[in-house]
Ligand binder design. Structure first.
Ligand code: SF4
Ligand code: SF4
Length: 143
């Protein structure tokens, strides 16, 4: 019968290794921040909340047409805007927006654009922002 030799174990070595690991992690700078008091710097390329300048919107519907998932739909808004004869403006459902930026890129007047704003928490049934809400800052939008 072959005798299997067990490696010699030094007492407490595993425990010391564990303590060393914990100590090393304790010396590292935390990777988290105290949100919402503190906020991380977002990368330049980060985009989320869509805004709309209604005065610049000509109602061409291109943004609606290029949106890949029907996130945008055009709404009639009575507003004195000689550039928008049909009086139609986009609304956006942030529940389905994939932040692809197609709408921003196709818009001929830069009326619709994505921003760094990401805090858009609203109730479950109201992810859709109408054209007037898309013009406002997040704090002014009814939740
Ligand atoms: S970013 Fe993309 S998914 Fe979101 S509204 Fe614009 S086109 Fe639609
Ligand atoms: S936001 Fe731009 S692309 Fe969309 S309807 Fe208005 S002008 Fe056209």
């Amino acid at each position: 019968m072959i005798e299997v030799k067990q490696p010699k174990r030094i007492p407490f070595i595993g425990m010391l290794q564990g303590m060393l690991t914990v100590f090393k992690h304790g010396l590292q700078k935390p990777v988290t921040v105290q949100y919402p008091e503190e906020k991380e710097n977002l990368p330049d390329r980060f985009k989320y909340r869509i805004f709309l300048s209604m005065d610049d919107c000509v109602g061409c519907t291109l943004c609606e047409q290029v949106c890949p998932n029907l996130t945008i739909s055009m709404q009639t808004v009575e507003r004195d805007n000689p550039r928008n004869k049909r009086k139609i403006y986009p609304d956006v459902n942030f529940g389905t927006c994939t932040v692809c930026r197609n709408c921003e890129e196709i818009c001929p007047t830069d009326a619709i654009y994505l921003t760094h704003v990401f805090e858009t928490a609203r109730t479950r049934n109201s992810f859709t922002y109408n054209p007037e809400e898309l013009e406002k800052h997040e704090e002014e939008v009814k939740r």
